[in-house]
Design a binder for this molecule. Structure first.
Ligand SMILES: Nc1ncnc2c1ncn2[C@@H]1O[C@H](COP(=O)(O)OP(=O)(O)O)[C@@H](O)[C@H]1O
Ligand SMILES: [Mg+2]
Length: 324
């Protein structure tokens, strides 16, 4: 098959995407597919010329693998283009991608299903009010832009002055800001794979940040954060993480793949859903492919299954009538 691999993108995770795409492309080629790379610059320019939004207008492309992280790639925008073009593509669709990208809406949808999410309040640029936050949460609190990734714009505020600075900092990156109670404990991740009828969870892993929290430096620059695979958990907790991961995935109508991230409070043992990444990293050190490899699905088989899931979902759509 000819697989278009979209990479780069107008996002703070541009470089990571290029690294992820390298791994994905090598695995696709090893499986005998022809890889057609599409590199999107930091300014949003495509090379070669962009895929076109009309059905049938992209001859020779059988399926698209968007390996784009963050804004304008993981957030439903590119998925919208691919829907218009009537091309099969890997990963969640428009709505699930956009939903998972918005940390507030994700929590609302999961909470509606009774899934445990970190407690938060929402504020908006131009109406930031640290006193209203202090009335709800004790310090420290986490302050995040609603719609970013890779820890960009995120701070942990320990007092009033830090909170004021953290709100302003986050407001540079989004109009909507989330302020969360800090969960003191462990960070756990679980990989989910499959379409609606076939979603299943991998063995979870643990992230051990080298800093006060898993910030951008720790994720990509310092190379000092540790991971533990499998996470050292009792079988009941492992099963509970897997159950919650699949439930959250289905609650958001994710299909194809996603990595579901949790925080586990040390004092209570409670699990909290933190976020869902619909196009998780695929670099040589990324946990999504590593969790599947540990769970018996090596990278080559993983990308093959993702392609098959994309084709199956596209096929399913053919049974839907869009006009009278
Ligand atoms: N409520 C919280 N309590 C404790 N730590 C948190 C909380 N929210 C975020 N963190 C820390 O900040 C990191 C980044 O936050 P996250 O919500 O995962 O954003 P991103 O989308 O940028 O990965 C997490 O990996 C974790 O280390
Ligand atoms: Mg995260």
């Amino acid at each position: 098959m000819r697989v278009a691999v979209l990479q780069g993108g107008r996002s703070g995770e541009h470089e990571i995407s290029l690294r992820s795409a390298k791994s994905v492309s090598a695995a696709l080629a090893a499986n005998g597919h022809e890889v057609v790379p599409y590199v999107i610059s930091l300014e949003g320019r495509w090379s070669p010329a962009p895929l076109l939004p009309e059905p049938g207008a992209n001859p020779g492309i059988d399926v698209v693998f968007p390996v784009l992280h963050g804004t304008f790639g993981e957030d439903g925008t590119v998925q919208g283009l691919l829907e218009l073009a009537d091309l099969p593509y890997v990963g969640p669709g428009v709505m699930a991608s956009a939903l998972a990208m918005d940390k507030e809406l994700l929590k609302r949808v999961c909470a509606e299903r009774g899934l445990p999410v970190t407690e938060y309040v929402t504020q908006y640029r131009g109406a930031l009010d640290p006193y209203a936050i202090e009335a709800v949460f004790a310090y420290p609190v986490f302050v995040k832009p609603a719609n970013l990734g890779s820890s960009v714009g995120i701070s942990k505020a320990h007092d009033h002055a830090e909170l004021v600075a953290a709100l302003e900092f986050a407001a540079r990156y989004d109009w909507k800001i989330l302020i969360e109670r800090t969960i003191v404990g462990r960070e756990l991740e679980c990989a989910v794979l499959g379409n609606y009828e076939s979603a299943r969870a991998s063995t979870p892993c643990e992230i051990l940040p080298s800093r006060e929290f898993y910030d951008y430096e720790d994720k990509y620059l310092l190379d000092a954060a540790k991971t533990e695979l499998p996470a050292n958990l009792d079988p009941l907790t492992t099963a509970e993480i897997q159950r919650l991961a699949v439930e959250a995935y289905l609650a958001c109508n994710c299909e194809g793949m996603s990595r579901v991230d949790f925080l586990m409070e040390a004092s209570t043992g409670r699990l909290y859903l933190n976020e869902i990444n619909t196009i998780p990293g695929f670099t040589s050190i990324s946990m999504y492919p590593k969790m599947w490899e540990y769970s018996g699905v090596p990278l080559n088989a993983l990308v093959e299954e993702l392609i098959q899931l994309a084709l199956a979902r596209h096929e399913r759509k053919k049974a839907t009538q869009f006009t009278r």
